[in-house]
Ligand binder design. Structure first.
Ligand code: NDP
Length: 238
């Protein structure tokens, strides 16, 4: 019997690809995002789709409780939902920094707190946090986004150490540029155009499926093996 996997941000891009890969392996799923119609349109078997803004911890917890009543305990949480609003700090609206820290950092902490206590008690479980190569090095116009993703690495590694004795794994996966909707929310047309030509210069971004395969690889290791961190990017990305 395959165990329950929770995936945030499954309504598009990387999260959607991760959901399809785990479903093909026969796992029951809880899919979370704000666009419920997009989650339901995936039409995956043994799947509960819940409209959750991950910055709201109470609705996150309620969705996990509902899924557990259907499919048993959560074996893996994939904190994938994220927002990238590129901009120069001298010009960018502070509300955009706030949104990124709320979703990319607070939302991720909300997810971890929701599942960690039962995992520690059960002496098993896996949390996979989707960070970014922008959590390992900086890029122009990425200051606040890089801040959130460097935080994801720090938080993940710290929690990995905290829960290691309980046989719970915390894995950080840091993708390079991936072809998704992520850039579309940036408001500066100049920055968006620059990003697109940067992707062209590396022969194109990698695909959400490339990241989904990486997630499955990390999850499918034996429970006593924790891949702490993977950076995965286009071969030609600098
Ligand atoms: P997408 O924009 O395609 O997907 C982002 C997902 O996050 C959507 O499903 C969106 O769903 C969800 N989301 C955003 N805000 C919230 C919220 N408040 N509550 C719940 N869900 C939310 O981008 P990607 O697939 O590319 O991004 C996935 C992750 O990968 C992000 O963490 C991103 O930072 C990371 N990443 C992406 C890279 C890339 O180049 N694409 C590179 C490195 C890392 P909805 O709008 O329906 O709520």
């Amino acid at each position: 019997m395959k165990k329950l996997i929770v995936i945030t941000g499954a309504s598009s891009g990387i999260g959607e690809a991760i959901a399809k890969h785990f479903s093909e392996l026969g796992h029951p799923l809880l899919l979370i995002a704000r666009r419920l119609d997009k989650l339901k349109a995936l039409n995956l078997p043994n799947t509960l789709c819940e409209q959750v803004d991950i910055t709201n911890k109470a609705t996150f917890e309620a969705a996990v409780e509902k899924a557990q009543s259907l499919y048993g305990p959560v074996d893996c949480l994939i904190n994938n939902a994220g927002v990238m609003l590129l901009g120069q700090v001298s010009e960018q609206a502070p509300a955009q920094w706030q949104t990124m820290f709320d979703v990319n950092v607070m939302g991720l902490l909300n997810g971890m707190q929701t599942v960690l206590a039962p995992m520690i008690q059960a002496n098993t479980g896996t949390i996979i946090n989707i960070s970014s190569i922008a959590g390992r090095k900086t890029f122009g116009d990425h200051a606040a986004y890089c801040g959130t993703k460097f935080a994801v690495h720090a938080i993940s590694e710290n929690i990995r150490e905290e829960v290691a004795d309980s046989n719970v794994r915390v894995v950080t996966i840091a993708p390079g540029a991936v072809e998704t909707e992520l850039l579309s929310h940036t408001t500066s047309d100049n920055i968006k155009a620059g990003y697109e030509s940067w992707k062209d210069s590396m022969g194109g971004a990698i695909s959400p499926d490339d990241i989904a395969r990486t997630v499955i690889f990390a999850y499918n290791q034996p429970q006593n093996v924790c891949i702490r961190e993977i950076v995965v990017a286009a071969t030609k990305q600098q």
